[in-house]
Design a protein around this ligand. Structure first.
Ligand code: NAD
Ligand code: DAU
Length: 338
């Protein structure tokens, strides 16, 4: 049956992939992509879908209460899948304010709007970073019961929004789910994040900045596997529940950077160790048992996913060249210690 789905942040990396995924899988659904088009959002990635009858783009700020409430009253969405956020940890360290406005206030505005039209489901896309950090003991993982101990302004803003989502379920009975995924990678990943930054810089034979000693560990998941998990939670998730999403692909940052350099046949001398990130979380690792019981399994290994991703960046140089030439270049020049 046809449903109206509001995807917030659908011009960004994961939201953009999710829009493509849903349009491909559910031609009977109407997809509304609401995005402010900050530095991280672009519509070039949607050129091939923008003519579809069941796709619509809305430029708006999720923190603009008046506009969001009247949009919900007009469209009466069935589902909300909420990706819109400031998402880059380094930016949150230099300028936390916008993270509070978008990630906390914006989420609360959306919750009020969703409550006012009684949506069937509100999926809040969160992150494993709300749990803080793990040490290097490989037998320890984040479960849904791990206490929230966010360490960066970004993760604190995401944890705050998670608590609001939980409260709207407990207080008003809003049918919500929270997903907490590990690090994503894949097509349309903004080149300020480690994997696309490394690919784009290595292709230009530019130095790759590795923070600290490069031994911090992240648990990598291909974005298509994340989209499939969100789809499953949207349709099958038990109201009020949190689902962790991850595929047991732990790598040190140095391993990731070396894998990319070696695949592209370049020299490891491109690696440059730079000043560490403030409050740099040591290790993230997800226990995905709960979502596996719901029926989810990742389809990519790190090896197959990184090969596909490198291939994609080679084939889509026009997309990332355009992104790199904008506001981002000024940001990189001001903030990089290279
Ligand atoms: P992104 O930065 O690529 O995209 C964010 C999008 O939100 C952009 O299109 C931007 O224009 C839009 N946006 C920002 N502020 C807005 C506002 N006030 N109103 C409307 N739109 C606004 O982010 P991403 O990496 O795709 O992450 C999407 C979501 O997934 C975030 O909530 C993030 O916390 C979460 N997440 C990301 C990862 C990851 O590895 N990237 C992992 C787990 C969870
Ligand atoms: O775990 C999920 C999170 O993953 C998401 O919630 C965030 O939105 C997303 O940005 C990502 O956060 P990270 O901080 O882990 O991702 P990032 O790509 O910025 O960094 C990955 C690791 O690489 C981290 O340990 C810092 C390091 N790094 C990063 C950059 C940009 C470097 O060594 N050099 C760099 O230039």
């Amino acid at each position: 049956m046809g449903k109206k789905i509001l995807v917030t942040g659908g011009a960004g990396f994961i939201g953009g992939n999710f829009v493509h995924y849903m349009l491909g899988k559910y031609p009977q659904y109407d997809i509304y992509n609401l995005d402010l088009l900050t530095y991280a959002g672009d519509l070039i990635k949607h050129k091939h879908v923008e003519e579809k009858d069941n796709y619509q783009f809305i430029k708006a700020d999720i923190a603009d209460r008046k506009e969001i409430i009247s949009l919900f009253e007009k469209e009466q969405f069935d589902y909300v899948v909420h990706f819109a956020a400031e998402s880059h940890v380094d930016r949150s360290i230099t300028d936390p304010g916008v993270f509070i406005n978008t990630n906390v206030v914006g989420t609360q505005v959306l919750l009020d709007a969703a409550k006012s039209v009684q949506v069937t489901k509100f999926v809040h896309v969160s992150t494993d970073e709300v749990y803080g950090e793990l040490d290097f003991d490989p037998s320890t993982f984040f479960t849904e019961e791990t206490p929230l101990q966010p360490n960066s302004p970004y993760s604190a803003s995401k944890a705050s929004s998670d608590l609001l989502v939980r409260a709207y379920h407990e207080t008003y009975g809003l049918p919500v789910n929270i997903t907490r995924c590990s690090n994503n990678y894949g097509p349309y990943h903004f080149p300020e994040k480690l994997i696309p930054l490394t690919i784009s810089r290595v292709l230009k034979e530019q130095k790759v900045p590795v923070y600290g000693d490069g031994q911090n560990i992240r648990d990598w998941l291909h974005v298509e596997d994340h989209c499939a998990a969100i789809d499953l939670v949207l349709h099958e998730g038990v109201n009020g529940e949190v689902y962790n999403v991850g595929g047991h692909n732990e790598k040190t940052n140095l391993e990731v950077v070396k894998a990319i350099i070696n695949t592209l046949g370049k020299s490891e001398t491109l690696i440059e160790f730079v000043t560490d990130r403030l409050g740099h979380d040591k290790r993230y690792a997800i226990d995905p048992t709960k979502i596996e019981k719901l029926g989810w399994r990742p389809t990519y290994t790190f090896e197959s996913g990184i090969a596909q991703t490198i291939e994609w960046y080679l084939d889509h140089q026009d997309w990332w060249e355009q992104i790199l030439s904008g506001e981002y270049q000024k940001y990189f020049d001001t903030h990089s210690t290279l």
